[in-house]
Design a protein. Structure first.
Length: 457
């Protein structure tokens, strides 16, 4: 593995053989300066790709449409398209565009339910889920994002006002604010956010925190801005345990489908731990292990609730697979994974630039595909370490792989960046590092983060 990234400084300075060097002020765990591909230098993988497993069966690209409809008058457009290898090599994917009316049936009329047995968990759902919907609807909101979209023409770059629609879930409340969980892509680029409650009352919301590495965000609304009648009618959602969810268990999706208003659809949990990778607006690869459901998911459902038969939130709707040969493949971020991240955004503010912390590495993403080919763990590959940084003091070395940071699994450089935005300089965190010098065996070390500004001078 010594030549995996070839970090010899002398060779890097020469600029030959596809090597890359970093200036000291460029080395920051929060930025990925070079998206490496295993095919860049003509290297062959150490072993052939296995044929088993979900990820290995993903063939030619199929389109996953982020469930987030652009609303402009009565016209709806999907906000982004994301891809995942899902079919065999001979299949051909086609993108469905909501603006062309090719989305699935929204399923606003409730379908008949499914009964499964999961031990002590009651998953019996009849054809009438009105009681569950009536109980949960006060915790579901519509999120309208008004912003500016840049577009290029022959005459230059221009900006145009755009409006898009998504959903949100009321997850917490204190004396001054209510807090709404949604997707990062729902609030991304917002100039203003309008939150519409179940009774139709609309107030302005503020982005409290975002985590683009897992497509989560929290929006706050001041209680003083909410009329008393609305305040007495809304509620905080009851959260369930997504880890205890069983495949085949009944599922309900509630959200702002197509931007028309809140609707209800039903189905089952089709699969768990589906690894789905998308590319966000900044070009970062976002990989999540998601719940899959066949309950109808449409543009505008993003940020809405995936519920179990008890009316508990077990997931935050995030994406759907959109293809002419596919039906009923929607995805949600499991709430048991999402809650710690949401809670951090509710309880903490992003630290200022003056307080920002610094790890002191240049890192590169190791995807699951690269991990399999090169037999190293997924996470952040350490390309270089800054002299005198917290990383160096703790014993992190080039060619190590960071797999966990401050109690959270690390899948990319972007993940590190999102975690560290809440950590001030001087914080001491636990970092799990797969050591290259010990055949990539993991060990847990403590790292005291230094001051970002001092570190880059």
């Amino acid at each position: 593995m010594s030549d995996f990234y070839n970090n010899d400084p002398k060779k890097n300075e020469s600029g030959t053989n596809g090597n890359y060097s970093y200036k000291k002020d460029e080395i920051n765990q929060g930025e990925s300066y070079y998206q490496w591909s295993p095919y860049d230098d003509g290297r062959k993988s150490k072993k052939s790709k296995k044929s088993g497993g979900f990820g290995a069966k993903l063939g030619k690209t199929a389109a996953i449409a982020l469930v987030f409809g652009l609303v402009a008058g009565i016209t709806f457009q999907s906000v982004a398209l994301v891809t995942d290898k899902f079919y065999d090599k001979d299949s051909t994917a086609a993108v469905e565009d909501a603006s062309e009316g090719t989305t699935e049936d929204s399923g606003d009329s409730v379908a008949s339910g499914t009964t499964t047995s999961t031990g002590s968990v009651d998953t019996t759902v009849t054809s009438d889920v009105s009681e569950i919907a009536e109980s949960v609807l006060p915790a579901i909101v519509q999120v309208t994002n008004a912003g500016l979209t840049e577009y290029q023409t022959f005459f230059g770059t221009f900006q145009q006002e755009s409006t898009s629609a998504g959903s949100g879930i009321i997850v917490s409340q204190d004396e001054d604010y209510i807090y709404i969980a949604t997707n990062n892509h729902v609030v991304s680029g917002a100039e203003t956010l309008t939150i519409t409650f179940n009774d139709g009352e609309a107030v302005e919301g503020t982005i409290k925190g975002t985590d683009s590495s897992c497509d989560l965000a929290v929006v706050s609304v001041e209680i003083k801005d909410i009329p008393n009648e609305t305040l007495s009618a809304i509620k905080v959602a009851t959260l369930g345990d997504s880890d205890a969810t069983s495949v085949g268990e009944a599922a309900i999706v509630i959200g702002n489908a197509m931007g028309y208003g809140t609707s209800v659809t039903t189905g089952i949990i089709s699969a768990k731990d589906r690894e789905v990778s998308i590319t966000d607006e900044e070009g970062n690869i976002v990989t999540n292990s998601l719940l899959q459901t066949d309950a109808a998911v449409n543009p505008g459902n993003s940020g809405g609730a995936l519920l179990n038969a008890k009316g508990e939130v077990i997931g935050i709707v995030s994406a759907k697979l959109s293809d002419t040969t596919v039906e009923g493949m929607g995805y949600a971020i499991p709430i048991s994974y999402a809650w710690d991240i949401i809670e951090q955004m509710v309880d903490n503010d992003v630290v200022s630039e003056l307080e920002a912390s610094y790890l002191g590495i240049a890192g590169r993403d190791i995807t699951s595909e690269m991990s399999e080919q090169y037999e190293i763990p997924t996470g952040v590959y350490v390309a270089q370490v800054v002299e005198g940084s917290g990383a160096e003091a703790a014993g992190i070395e080039p060619e190590d792989v960071i797999t966990s940071f401050n109690g959270r699994k690390v899948t990319s450089v972007n993940t590190l960046n999102n975690i560290m935005q809440y950590l001030p300089a001087g914080s001491t965190v636990e970092v799990v590092v797969a050591k290259a010098s010990n055949n990539y065996e993991e060990e847990t070390i403590e790292v005291t983060l230094t001051h970002k500004i001092d570190s880059v001078q």
